[in-house]
Ligand binder design. Structure first.
Ligand code: ADP
Ligand code: MG
Length: 248
């Protein structure tokens, strides 16, 4: 019996599936091109690592549930001239703010690209190995409500800890008479200095009293959000509206 007959089994046991599919064709190439043993092993390991990274990226991208097609490359900065493009690019390319558990708050009227920017910056983070979850804030509140009814709210909240960046899209659509907005406050308090939030809002802070149960809670939520945060305010016409007008 060949002394490497069990190799596929060993590789399977070690969960080295890429090496398992490549060791044979690579060994032919190694003989033809006169690779050293170390070089052959190094090539195989490199492919195993690359495939794992790509798979992790695909998994993280799927889990993130980002709205499709919202990249920085398709964002027209000339439509939002007050934006600091370099700052936005830095947020998308540099993970320091996530490592430092800082937040990103994006303000502006409807249709100016808040969700687009949030998703594009988050995409940049995912590409750099960060785990992200995109969620509309109202959908999250509904999830909390169902979780409370099913007596699993603590577990639902704990699951969010898995994500280093949590996007709360359109926080201003939440109303304090919705059940569980206090859970939204608890979430913000819990993530303070422990995980990053990207929050988008149509309304300035002065109108956030409509979201939380009382002024004390509103002030406490805003304090925690802004303490370590980058704030982007988009001053522009609605992109949707101006582009639909152009078509007419
Ligand atoms: P908001 O979240 O501020 O309401 P969206 O991000 O949903 O706005 O933007 C509305 C639509 O217009 C989306 O399809 C988005 O991709 C597009 N859009 C907005 N601003 C821009 C921009 N500056 N460049 C390219 N597309 C944009
Ligand atoms: Mg939006």
């Amino acid at each position: 019996m060949r002394d490497f007959a069990k190799l596929p089994l060993f590789l399977k046991e070690l969960r080295l599936s890429t090496i398992n599919s490549l060791w044979e064709p690579f060994s032919k190439q190694a003989i033809e091109e006169n690779w050293s043993h170390a070089s052959y092993l190094s090539h195989l390991c490199e492919h195993e690592i690359q495939t794992r990274l790509q798979n992790k990226l695909k998994r993280n991208l799927k889990q993130a549930q980002l709205p499709a097609g919202k990249a920085l490359s398709t964002f027209d900065f000339s439509h939002a001239p007050n934006l600091n493009k370099a700052k936005v690019q830095d947020l998308a390319e540099n993970t320091t703010w996530v490592s430092n558990k800082e937040n990103l708050l994006i303000f502006g009227p409807s249709g100016v690209g808040k969700t687009h920017l949030a998703a594009a910056i988050a995409y940049g983070m995912i590409e750099r190995g960060i785990r992200v979850l995109f969620t509309s804030t109202t959908a999250l509140i509904q999830k909390f409500q169902i979780a409370r009814q099913q007596l699993c709210l603590p577990q639902t909240l704990a699951k969010l800890d898995h994500y280093q960046v949590l996007i709360l899209d359109d926080i201003g659509y939440v109303r304090k008479d919705d059940a569980e907005t206090h859970v939204l406050f608890e979430l913000i308090a819990h993530r303070y200095e422990s995980g990053s939030l990207i929050v988008t809002a149509n309304q300035p802070f002065s109108e956030w009293d409509r979201i939380f149960c009382d002024t004390t809670m509103t002030v406490a939520a805003i304090d925690r959000l802004v303490h370590h945060a980058a704030i982007i305010e988009i001053v522009a016409e609605s992109y949707r509206r101006s582009h639909s007008l152009q078509k007419i």
